[in-house]
Design a binder for this molecule. Structure first.
Ligand code: PLP
Length: 437
C-alpha cells in the first residue's frame, strides 16, 4: 500500500511520487510539471499582503508564460507585468484584457511596432517608459490622447542573488537613471504628460534589508520629484526558498513596512499612494518540477556521476546563476521517494547530477563558481526518476532547449484535484526544423 502522505515530495506541495511516475509513463521524460494548488496558494499569499491604500499584484510573465498558468493566475485575481510587446500579445491571446497588463521593457519601437504599441495603449495597455528615448517616442501621442505613462527609475542601487540578476546597480541599465529625471520631467511638462505611476525593480534579492531600502529610496524619489504620482510599484524579486536551508521573502513583514511608510508619506503630503508588486519567481518557482530519468552512471577516481535525460536544456539556472535546486530520487514505479533534501539522507553515496548535453556546464549541481559538486543522495538505479524541484520559474522560459538538437519538452499541470493535464505538447523534429531554408 502506498500512503499518499508518505510519498509527497515535500511539505509544501501535494505533488507526490505516484503522480510523478504516472506522468513519466503517460508523457515520457523529461517533462515540466506544475502544481496548480501551489500557484494558487502563492497568489493568495501576495494578495493578502498588508497595504495602506490599495494593492495590485502583477505576475511577471517572463517567469513562465504558459497560457494555462496565465489563466490560472488571472482567475486568481492578479494583473500582469510584460517585458516585451510579444509578451503582451501572448497574454492577450490567453484571454488577459489589456487593462490588466503593464509593459515595462528594454525594447525601443519603430515603424509597425511603434504603431502597434500606440494602438494597444488606446486599448488600455499600461506602459512604463524605461528610457528617455522611449519617452520621446510616445510623447506627442501621449499628449494628444491623454495617455499617462508610468516611469521606471534606475535608483543606482541593486540587489540580486547573483551579479547577473542585479538590475539596480551602476552596472545595469534598467530604467531612467536618477540623473536623467529632471530631463524627463522637463520634457513631460512640455507635453502635458503626468507621471502618475513610478516604478523601481531592483532584482531578485533575498535580502529583506534591501527591500526596505528600495521602499525608502523609491518613496524618497517620489517625494522629491513626482508631485502628481498616486501609484508606486516596488517591482518583483520576492525571494522563494527552493532548498530547505533557504528563506523565502516574508511578504507580511514587507507589506507591513510598506504600509507604514506609505501612511507616513500620506501624513506628510496628503497623498494616498496605491502600491503594486510584480512577483514572478514567488508565484511559480516552487510549483514546478522537472521529471527526468536516470540514464547512466559513471565513477571517476574522485567522483560519482549520475546522468539524466533532462539537464541544462530544461533547467539552465545552475549554469547561469549557480542556483541550487532540490533533487528527489524516486523509484521508477513511483512506489517511494528514495531520497531528497527535504528528508534525512542515509548512506554515504553522493553524486554530481549531469545532463545529456555536450557541454561541461550541463550539471544540476554546480557551486556559485561553476564547479561541479557532489550531492548526497540515495544511489539511484538506471530507470529511477530524478526530479528537480523549484523549477517553475525561469526554467521553461529561459532554457536553451534546442541545444544538441533536443526538442523542447512538454509541460503538464498537476491540477488542484490531482489530475495530470498536458498543457504544452512536446516539440517535434519537424517543428524544430521548419524555418530552415
Ligand atoms: C523580471 C521582472 C520582475 C519579476 O522578477 P522576479 O525576480 O521573478 O520576482 C518584476 N518586474 C520587472 C520589471 C521585471 O523585469
Amino acid at each position: 500500500m502506498i500512503n499518499g502522505d508518505i510519498t509527497r515530495l515535500n511539505q509544501f506541495s501535494r505533488f507526490n511520487s505516484v503522480a510523478a511516475a504516472r506522468a513519466a509513463e503517460e508523457f515520457g521524460t523529461p517533462i515540466y510539471i506544475y502544481d496548480e494548488a501551489m500557484i494558487l496558494n502563492r497568489c493568495q499569499d501576495c494578495l493578502k499582503m498588508p497595504h495602506a491604500y490599495g494593492l495590485t499584484v502583477r505576475y511577471a510573465i517572463k517567469a513562465n508564460p504558459n497560457r494555462t498558468l496565465l489563466k490560472i493566475i488571472h482567475d486568481a485575481g492578479l494583473h500582469f507585468d510584460a517585458s516585451s510587446l510579444n509578451e503582451v500579445i501572448r497574454a492577450h491571446l490567453a484571454g488577459i484584457p489589456y487593462e490588466k497588463i503593464m509593459l515595462t521593457t528594454q525594447e525601443v519601437y519603430s515603424g509597425q511596432n511603434l504603431d502597434l504599441l500606440k494602438s494597444l495603449l488606446l486599448d488600455g495597455l499600461k506602459y512604463n517608459v524605461c528610457s528617455l528615448r522611449q519617452l520621446y517616442l510616445i510623447g506627442d501621442f501621449a499628449c494628444e490622447n491623454y495617455i499617462e505613462p508610468g516611469i521606471r527609475i534606475h535608483p543606482g542601487v541593486g540587489s540580486g542573488e547573483s551579479a547577473t540578476r542585479n538590475t539596480g546597480d551602476e552596472y545595469s541599465c534598467f530604467g531612467i537613471h536618477l540623473s536623467d529625471i529632471d530631463e524627463a520631467l522637463k520634457y513631460a511638462w512640455g507635453k502635458w504628460i503626468k507621471f502618475k505611476h513610478v516604478h523601481v525593480h531592483i532584482g531578485s534579492g533575498a535580502d529583506t534589508e534591501m527591500w526596505r531600502q528600495n521602499i525608502d529610496i523609491e518613496l524618497g524619489i517620489i517625494e522629491k520629484h513626482f508631485k502628481e504620482t498616486d501609484s508606486v510599484c516596488f517591482g518583483g524579486g520576492l525571494k522563494e526558498a527552493r532548498m530547505p536551508d533557504e528563506q523565502a521573502a516574508d511578504i507580511e513583514f514587507l507589506g507591513k513596512y510598506a504600509k507604514t511608510q506609505i501612511e507616513k508619506f500620506n501624513k506628510k503630503h496628503k497623498r494616498k499612494l496605491k502600491m503594486e508588486i510584480e512577483p514572478g519567481t514567488f508565484i511559480v518557482a516552487n510549483s514546478g518540477y522537472i521529471l527526468t530519468k536516470v540514464i547512466d552512471k559513471k565513477d571517476t577516481a574522485i567522483k560519482s556521476f549520475i546522468l539524466t535525460d533532462g539537464g541544462m536544456e530544461t533547467n539552465p539556472r545552475p549554469l547561469y546563476y549557480g542556483s541550487q535546486h532540490p533533487i528527489y530520487i524516486l523509484s521508477g514505479d513511483g512506489a517511494h521517494v528514495k531520497s531528497s533534501e527535504f528528508s534525512d539522507i542515509s548512506g554515504n553515496y553522493s553524486a554530481v547530477v549531469a545532463g545529456k548535453c555536450c557541454e561541461s556546464g550541463d550539471c544540476q549541481t554546480l557551486d556559485a563558481d561553476g564547479h561541479a559538486i557532489s550531492r548526497k543522495m540515495a544511489e539511484p538505479e538506471i530507470g529511477d526518476l530524478a526530479v528537480i524541484g523549484g523549477t517553475g520559474a525561469y526554467c521553461s522560459s529561459l532554457a536553451p532547449f534546442n541545444y544538441n538538437s533536443h526538442t523542447q519538452v512538454p509541460e503538464v499541470l498537476f491540477t488542484s484535484s490531482g489530475d495530470l493535464k498536458l498543457i504544452r505538447k512536446r516539440q517535434t523534429m519537424e517543428q524544430m526544423l521548419e524555418n530552415e531554408i
